[in-house]
Design a protein around this ligand. Structure first.
Ligand code: MV4
Length: 468
């Protein structure tokens, strides 16, 4: 087992990894930027090293400085967390070549699953369901037009190196397809340094269903069932839950098994999430594979009783997975609300500054993963997520009831946060009845904004009437 792990991340996930390391009696080293000097999670680490200035390209993305910090502190392994360098195969390779274990997959497995065309090819081979479309990156636009005619419009153009919705174009006819391929290529080349694109059938109304998997270095791969992450805005998830409500048990088992089979065939070690869209008839289509620990991993921990971050560390050290598939079962229901410091009235603008009020919720089944507290100053340089409120209960309805109580207790000020929005979403009939899709939050926000501006303009005309 490792003696000392360097954590190449910040915030709540740095704290989560420190907690896992302490559980396993492993020492921790945190690297931090000048913006994070004195930050709360650093108090919990055994050692910390400043690696640069506040902007992440000058600190959390500096491979050379992270490796230097691992060398001077004699770390054995590096945990990348999520975001930053976590899905950078070059970083994973530099870690290995510098003598540090990268806590995640091999650079080869990461590259294979990170490229959406090669990932989809492998998925097809093992029978993981995918959308119909081009089998390879598009070379000749006329070939893509032929494929689109076969599968039917609408189609979607995607970057093979993309992710999180960047470099995508929906095309509803041939003219849109030709223009979409051109513009997606340019966007992908600029954003990812790789202009390769492919097309597949576009699904309008869907739910986001993702399977948590774990693999080890002995050829074992298991799934930890799934999460529903349909509550999102602009590709930023807001609420995640496990299990996905209302899914046919046989269909669910089949897709979870195929997700584990994909990970096994990639000789994958570590945690991976296989993302799917699910249509109204509960057909599944794989989107992509995330080769890191995810923000929403706690909901899966709550329903399975497993510690995903500890498992990642152990398999990275060469130990076999602590569980086999038949040991893994689902207990109850868990929901996570991401707590973001954002102003919903100003286009969700990130809110930096000093937290003066911080009253944490508690009670049965309540878990709060956060680095924030009263007196903590939120820097302007990073993600606006300051914590995650997770609740667990025997049923989905009880989990929702507990979440409402916890959100009502939770006070953060003076900045605006997503707590108020979560309270409204918990009462939304589409959330309460699980009749949602990936667009319902945006539909709701649009309707709420229109209702608000109507009330205002009516108020103004009343005022004018009174003046007259
Ligand atoms: C799609 C799709 C519909 N059909 N692919 C968006 C992010 C990236 N992971 C894949 N995405 C989508 N791919 C086909 N063939 C719709 C989306 C999509 C989406 C997916 C998951 C969660 C939220 C979404 C919001 C808009 C579009």
């Amino acid at each position: 087992m490792f003696k000392r792990i360097l954590i190449a991340n910040r915030g709540e996930i740095a704290l989560r990894i420190i907690r896992a390391c302490k559980t396993l009696d492993i020492e921790t080293v945190c690297v931090y930027s000048t913006a994070d000097r004195g930050a709360p999670w650093l108090e919990q680490a055994d050692h910390s090293v400043c690696i640069g200035a506040a902007p992440s390209p000058q600190s959390y993305l500096r491979i050379d400085r992270i490796i230097a910090a691992a060398e001077v502190t004699h770390a054995d392994a590096i945990h990348p967390g999520y975001g930053f360098l976590s899905e950078n195969a070059h970083f994973a390779e530099v870690c290995r070549d510098s003598g540090f274990e990268f806590i995640g997959p091999s650079p080869e497995a990461m590259a294979l699953l990170g490229d959406k065309v090669s990932c989809k090819k492998m998925a097809r081979q093992v029978g993981t369901p995918v959308f119909p479309g081009t089998e390879d990156a598009i070379e000749d636009i006329d070939d893509a037009v032929k494929v689109a005619d076969e599968i039917g419009y609408p189609v979607i153009v995607k970057a093979t190196a993309g992710g999180g919705g960047r470099g995508m174009r929906v095309a509803r006819d041939e003219a849109q397809l030709r223009a979409g391929i051109e513009s997606a290529r340019q966007e992908a080349a600029a954003a990812f340094g790789n202009g390769a694109v492919y097309i597949e059938k576009f699904l309008e109304h869907a739910r986001h269903f993702e399977v948590q998997t774990l693999g080890d270095k002995h050829g074992n791969a298991v799934h930890l069932y799934e999460r529903d992450c349909s509550s999102q805005r602009r590709h930023q998830k807001l609420i995640e839950e496990a299990p996905a409500p209302g899914v046919d048990p046989a269909k669910r088992r089949a897709v979870c098994e195929r997700a584990a089979a994909l990970i096994a065939s990639a000789k994958y070690s570590g945690a991976a999430t296989v993302e799917f869209l699910m249509d109204a008839a509960q057909n599944f289509y794989m989107l992509e594979v995330n080769t890191r620990v995810q923000v929403e991993h706690p909901v899966t921990e709550m329903i399975t009783g497993l510690d995903i971050v500890c498992e990642m560390i152990k398999v990275s050290a060469g130990l076999p997975l602590s569980v086999k598939q038949s040991d893994i079962s689902v207990n109850g229901h868990a929901i996570e609300c991401r707590i973001n410091a954002e102003d919903p009235d100003r286009g969700f603008m990130p809110q930096a500054g000093l937290i003066e009020t911080f009253v944490a919720p508690g009670g049965p089944g309540v878990r709060l993963d956060t680095h924030a507290r009263a007196g903590y100053r939120i820097p302007a340089n990073y993600d606006s997520m300051i914590g995650k409120l997770i609740v667990h209960g025997p049923t989905r309805d009880i989990a929702i009831a507990r979440m409402k109580v916890a959100l009502a207790e939770f006070k953060i000020g003076p900045m605006r946060t997503s707590i108020a929005l979560h309270r409204r979403l918990m009462d939304h009939p589409d959330f309460a009845n699980a009749t949602f899709d990936i667009h319902y939050v945006e539909r709701y926000l649009k309707a709420a904004a229109e209702a608000e501006s109507k009330v205002q303009s009516e108020g103004e005309s009343k005022l004018e009437g009174a003046r007259a």
